[in-house]
Design a protein around this ligand. Structure first.
Ligand SMILES: [Zn+2]
Length: 397
C-alpha cells in the first residue's frame, strides 16, 4: 500500500503540470455568445445565429479543404464562440430521404438555398454497410439497415442530392436527456475536422441550439476545428471513417508521418493505443467488479494523463476527474486520507466541463453539486451512483 500511495502521488504531480494548460484558464467568459460573422454569402442570419456584438471568427477559403472557420483574434480557452439554431432536426438516426425532403420543404427559399450551397459527398466508392458493420449488421432493425443502405447509396450516386448534403453535414444534436437527434447547422457545417480539435460542440436542449466552445487557447488566424469522429479513435479507424463517410484524408499533426518516434503522429498513435486498451479495461465487467480502489485510481489517473498529453479536452476528461474524486473520497471515508485530492479532482472536473459544455450542462451541474458537497461537508458527503447526491444522514441535495 505504501508503494502504491507514492506511485499515485507521483502520477498526480505529473499530470497536474499538464492540467494547468486547460483548467487554469477556465475562468474565462462562458455564458455570452460573442460572435457570428459570416462570409459564406448569407445576409439573413437572424434566425439561425444568436445575436452578438463581437466577431471572433470568419469563414473563408482554406488551402485545399474548401471553406473553413478561422479565428480573427486570440480566443481564450472556454469561450463560447457560436450558438446556432439548426435549419432543422431529424429526430431519428434512421432518417429516410422522404423525412429529409419533408424537412427541406418546410424551409423558406433562402434557407433552402443555404442548405443546397453546402458541401456534398456523392462521389465516393460504394461501401456495402453490411460489410462495414459486419457482426452487428444482423442485430440491426430493418429500418436501420434500410437507412444505412440509403446513405451508402447517396454517398456514391454521383449526384448531389439532399441526402448526400445531409450525410456530409449532419451533426449529433442529442443530449443526456433527449432521444437521438441529428441537426443541420449551416454555419457550423463550415467547420473542418481535426483529430486534435480545438473546439467542442454540444446540444443545448433548453435553447434548442448547438453550442461551440474552444477547449484551448486559440490564436488569431488559427483554424477552428472539431472532430468528426469519436475523439479517442485510433488512426486506422479515423482514416477509414473519414475516407468512407466524408471522402477526405486528414493531414492534422496526429495523422502525419510516424517514421520518427518523437513525432506528434508517432506519440499520438502510441497514446491512443494505450487509451483504447485502458478504455476496454475500465469498462469491463471484471474491472467494475474488482474492488481494488488503488488500482482503479492509478488506471484512471493514467487515462487522464494520456488524454491531456494528447490534447483531448473533452467532457470525457471532465468526467474522469469526477470519478477519481469519488475514488479518493472512498479512501478518505476508509480513513486512508484523500479528501484534499477528492476536492482538487472535483474542481478540475468542473473546470474542464465548463470549458467544454458550459456551466449549465447537466453533467457539469452534477459535478458542481458533488464539489459543493465535499467542499462543504467533507467526509459527510456520500455519493450515490444512481445520479443522486446525498449527504450522509440527513440532507438530500
Ligand atoms: Zn487527423
Amino acid at each position: 500500500m505504501e508503494f502504491a500511495i507514492k506511485q499515485i502521488k507521483h502520477d498526480i504531480q505529473d499530470h497536474r503540470l499538464g492540467e494547468s494548460d486547460v483548467s487554469d484558464k477556465s475562468q474565462t467568459t462562458i455564458s455570452t455568445p460573442r460572435t457570428y460573422a459570416s462570409s459564406d454569402g448569407s445576409s439573413n442570419l437572424a434566425r439561425s445565429i444568436h445575436p452578438s456584438t463581437e466577431d471572433v471568427y470568419i469563414i473563408k477559403e482554406t488551402n485545399g479543404k474548401g471553406l473553413g472557420m478561422f479565428a480573427i483574434e486570440d480566443i481564450p480557452c472556454g469561450t463560447l464562440i457560436l450558438v446556432e439554431d439548426p435549419l432543422f432536426a431529424l429526430d431519428t438516426r434512421c432518417w429516410s430521404a422522404e423525412q429529409l425532403e419533408d424537412k427541406i420543404n418546410e424551409l423558406d427559399s433562402h434557407e433552402q438555398e443555404r442548405f443546397f450551397s453546402l458541401h456534398s459527398v456523392h462521389d465516393l466508392p460504394y461501401n456495402d454497410p453490411s460489410d462495414e458493420y459486419q457482426h452487428q449488421w444482423a442485430s440491426f432493425k430493418e429500418a436501420r439497415q434500410n437507412h444505412l443502405a440509403e446513405v451508402a447509396h447517396a454517398r456514391s450516386s454521383g449526384k448531389k442530392t439532399a441526402s448526400s448534403i445531409f450525410a456530409a453535414n449532419m451533426m449529433d444534436g442529442s443530449d443526456e436527456e433527449s432521444d437521438w437527434k441529428l441537426v443541420l447547422c449551416v454555419t457550423a457545417a463550415r467547420i473542418n475536422h481535426s483529430c486534435l480539435p480545438n473546439t467542442h460542440y454540444v446540444w443545448n436542449d433548453a435553447n434548442k441550439a448547438q453550442e461551440f466552445r474552444v477547449t484551448r487557447d486559440v490564436a488569431a488566424g488559427e483554424e477552428i476545428t472539431i472532430s468528426y469522429v469519436y475523439s479517442t479513435e485510433r488512426y486506422e479507424k479515423r482514416k477509414k471513417i473519414l475516407a468512407e463517410h466524408y471522402g477526405f484524408t486528414c493531414h492534422c499533426p496526429a495523422c502525419g508521418n510516424r517514421d520518427n518516434w518523437s513525432s506528434v503522429a508517432y506519440q499520438s498513435y502510441d497514446r491512443r493505443f494505450r487509451l483504447g486498451e485502458l478504455d476496454r479495461k475500465l469498462s469491463s465487467n471484471s474491472y467494475l467488479a474488482n474492488d481494488n480502489l488503488w488500482g482503479r485510481i492509478r488506471d484512471r489517473i493514467l487515462y487522464i494523463k494520456l488524454l491531456q498529453e494528447e490534447g483531448l479536452y473533452t467532457p470525457t476528461l471532465g468526467t474522469e476527474f469526477g470519478r477519481v474524486s469519488r475514488c479518493y473520497l472512498s479512501f478518505a471515508l476508509a480513513g486512508e486520507g484523500g479528501l484534499e485530492q477528492a476536492i482538487d479532482y472535483a474542481r478540475s472536473a468542473v473546470k474542464v466541463l465548463t470549458n467544454c459544455v458550459g456551466a449549465e450542462h447537466i453533467n457539469n451541474v452534477y459535478e458542481q453539486k458533488w464539489l459543493h458537497a465535499i467542499e462543504s461537508h467533507g467526509l459527510n458527503a456520500v455519493f450515490v451512483e444512481n445520479g443522486v447526491l446525498l449527504l450522509r444522514g440527513t440532507n438530500n441535495l
